[in-house]
Design a binder for this molecule. Structure first.
Ligand code: LMR
Length: 394
């Protein structure tokens, strides 16, 4: 039986991680997988998380099961962080999941249970695993234009025209809440409002994937779009990840929210719990409990926010210095968009051959679509990268 299996297509981001590890060069530069790194190249355990874990170690008296949907205190704290006051609590069902990927997968499965014909609309480009998951479960999807390679910004007119022309009632439109992956180009608040109006008119359901809240313009500013949708749409899905903003990557901490009519909430929650039971039963608890401890203790929360803010402003400074270096070395404003992008990523707009040349000749690892992880840089490597780009693109 197992001999019938065929090789699966490799995930290009994870494949890149592997090739980077195998590269013996000392001066190689890892701008691949979306993991935050400090100036020394370390992915730190955030101070508040470390303290919360210490506290849990001292006070936890059992590792017995919690609840199929996860700890209610985690759902409450995350609802407050992501959705704040935008929607009444009795209209929100929450499901703890293994990371943001788990939230997306459970959300897709929930859509399938509710409406197997629902077509997903995903930005072109999007995180490759979105497409892979939709293919794996066999859910129909279409792409809408999103990125304007010429300006490095959002092709908003193209996006709206395609959604307006194609989306049918009951379809699901996937949006990145902030820090768009892989491009770094984001909707303005006004554009979020226009998208919300369109989705209402179309009777389509938004599904917001928010994996980098706090990495762009700040915790509240990054949630402007998702909160506006929560306030205006009768139903929506939100998949949130704690991997990056709490740095708990390997602990797998995420949550799926469904906002709905208060009268439907119990059934929606029951279906979500059922999905957890079918796929892996109880969700992981340790990381979620550490996150809850941080969010509910004012001292820890303030310290976490301060550290997160340091990470965010550090990435912004790296963006500005990379854009400045590139302007100087290419004698053009071609890469100015790097300073306007937000979050960990920017898509540079190099073709796959140039990306390969960057890897071969300069030891620079970026995803084949020319997505770079800005957090992989520091003050010393910004000029090195700029020089390599200028030379490769000359
Ligand atoms: C990324 O896009 O690099 C991250 O979200 C990590 C991943 O799982 O792909």
């Amino acid at each position: 039986m197992l001999g019938n299996l065929k090789d699966q297509p490799a995930d290009k981001i994870l494949m890149l991680m592997q090739s980077y590890r195998e590269d013996p060069r000392d001066d190689k530069l890892d701008l691949g997988v979306g993991v935050y790194k400090d100036a020394a190249g370390r992915t730190p355990i955030m101070r508040a998380i470390k303290t919360a874990e210490d506290r849990l170690l001292q006070t936890e008296t059992t590792k017995s099961y919690v609840a199929l949907g996860g700890d209610a205190a985690f759902a409450d704290a995350m609802r407050d962080l992501v959705l704040a006051e935008s929607v009444a609590a009795d209209r929100v069902a929450g499901l703890a999941t293994p990371g943001g990927t788990g939230a997306f997968r459970q959300g897709v499965d929930l859509v399938r249970m509710a409406n197997p014909d629902a077509r997903f609309w995903v930005s072109a480009p999007t995180w490759p695993n979105h497409l892979s998951i939709l293919r794996t479960v066999g859910q129909p999807f279409s792409e809408y234009p999103y990125f304007d390679a010429a300006t490095g910004g959002v092709d908003f007119d193209g996006m709206m025209a395609d959604l307006d022309g194609g989306v049918a009632a009951g379809d699901v439109v996937l949006l990145h809440g902030c820090c768009h992956n892989p491009t770094g180009a984001n909707l303005t608040e006004d554009q979020w409002h226009r998208v919300a109006d369109l989705l209402l008119a179309k009777r389509a359901t938004p599904f917001v994937d928010i994996a980098y809240q706090g990495f762009g313009d700040g915790l509240d500013a990054d949630a402007v779009g998702v909160r506006h949708l929560a306030a205006t749409q009768p139903e929506m899905l939100v998949g949130a990840s704690c991997s990056k903003n709490f740095g708990v990557y390997r602990d797998r901490v995420g949550i799926l929210f469904a906002t709905c009519d208060a009268a439907d909430r119990k059934t929606v929650q029951g279906n979500m719990n059922h999905l957890n039971r079918q796929n892996y039963s109880f969700p992981p608890d340790h990381g979620a409990r550490a996150v809850t401890t941080v969010l509910t203790d004012p001292g820890l929360r303030a310290d976490w926010q301060a550290e997160l803010e340091g990470m965010r402003t550090g990435m912004l400074a790296l963006r500005q210095s990379l854009a400045d270096e590139l302007r100087q070395r290419t004698n053009s404003d071609r890469f100015d968009f790097v300073a306007r992008h937000r979050g960990m990523f920017s898509r540079l707009g190099l073709d796959a051959d140039l990306v390969e040349t960057m890897r071969r000749e300069h030891g620079v690892y970026m995803v084949s679509d020319s997505r770079v992880n800005i957090a992989g840089l520091n003050a010393d490597t910004v000029p090195v990268l700029a020089a390599a780009i200028a030379q490769t693109c000359a």
